[in-house]
Design a protein around this ligand. Structure first.
Ligand code: NAP
Ligand code: COA
Length: 259
């Protein structure tokens, strides 16, 4: 198996897309730790992960809290040693026009997505395997496309893209690759429950994707595994769209889908 004994930490890894990524690495033989705020989510995730691997752990931690993040990282390192792969995907979203968004609403999403990614990357960095480690941040098309009712996410994910590129430059000389995945609309996720809650809005989303369908969580997991594999050993600083071509449609696609 490709990731046998690799140590993988997935921030925000207890549900949805990130959980699918965590599980995919566990299936490939990796030692996997997932963290998120809710102990219930952690327990549920561990129940499923232990069905595919004996080397899994989970921890309730908020990526906005540097102490909680450091404690989680310390637990991983003391159990398994240096970290081979970090996937950073903790995120929050809600649909709100700027005029109805409070300062704290905007800040909350920026803090979870962008500051949270910074916190996790910073805590993990001293313990990354050098050379050879790989980081995958989970971005979103909003990072490139100005999107009504998504100003907080646009700002946060644009920051994640630049954080990704900057870390790729700073940490590349130590043999650390840093990339991001930008998923399109993904089926059966909290994100799309919020952005496309009705059958009608789902149809609009599907029509806006060149492949005319939602992606699956496994398709994002496959991309994450590939980015962390030796097959992608010369790829760093890339924001990889995994979106059925959706981002080619430009901002009009998102505006249509959300209107
Ligand atoms: P999700 O299931 O809600 O995933 C978000 C995860 O982050 C949850 O496990 C949540 O668990 C955790 N989380 C939230 N706030 C946190 C915090 N402060 N500290 C630690 N963990 C936190 O949603 P998803 O739709 O699968 O999205 C996963 C990722 O893909 C996100 O980065 C999202 O922006 C990105 N994305 C999704 C789509 C899509 O179609 N769904 C499209 C583009 C990009 P707790 O509640 O337990 O904390
Ligand atoms: N519209 C406008 N503002 C909203 C809102 C909405 N739908 N939902 C929350 N907010 C505002 C709140 O009013 C609050 O601002 P205020 O103090 O000025 O009133 C601020 O956002 C923080 O809300 P709170 O509920 O305290 O934040 P939290 O840290 O408990 O939760 C969220 C963060 C709001 C992002 C929550 O939706 C969440 O936990 N999401 C995680 C799952 C998710 O979003 N998955 C999809 C990922 S793509």
């Amino acid at each position: 198996m490709k990731f046998t004994d690799h140590v993988v930490l997935v921030a925000g890894g207890t549900t949805g897309i990130n959980f699918a990524v965590a599980k995919a690495f566990a299936v490939e033989g990796a030692k996997v730790c997932v963290l998120s705020r809710s102990q219930t989510n952690v327990d549920t995730a561990l129940e499923e992960l232990t069905r595919v691997s004996a080397s899994v752990m989970g921890r309730a931690a908020d990526v906005r809290d540097t102490i909680q993040v450091s404690e989680a990282v310390a637990q991983v390192v003391s159990a398994w040693g240096d970290i081979d792969i970090l996937v950073s995907g903790a995120a929050g979203n809600f649909v709100s026009p700027l005029s109805a968004m409070s300062s704290n609403g905007f800040k909350t999403v920026v803090d979870i997505d962008l500051l949270g990614s910074f916190n996790v990357m910073g805590a993990v960095y001293p313990h990354l395997k050098k050379p050879g480690a790989s980081i995958v941040n989970i971005s979103a098309p909003q990072s490139q496309l100005p999107t009504p009712a998504q100003a907080h996410v646009c700002a946060a994910k644009a920051g994640i893209d630049q954080l990704t590129r900057t870390a790729a430059m700073e940490w590349g000389p130590e043999g650390i690759r840093v990339n991001a995945i930008s998923p399109g609309p993904i089926d059966d996720t909290e994100g799309m429950k919020r952005l496309g809650p009705t059958e009608e809005s789902r149809k609009k989303w599907e029509q806006s994707v060149p492949l005319r369908r939602y992606g699956s969580k496994d398709e994002i997991a496959d991309a994450a595994k590939w980015l962390c594999s030796p097959q992608a050993s010369y790829i760093s600083g890339v924001i990889l769209p995994v979106d059925g071509g959706w981002s080619l449609g430009g901002s009009s696609a998102m505006t249509t889908a959300l209107s």
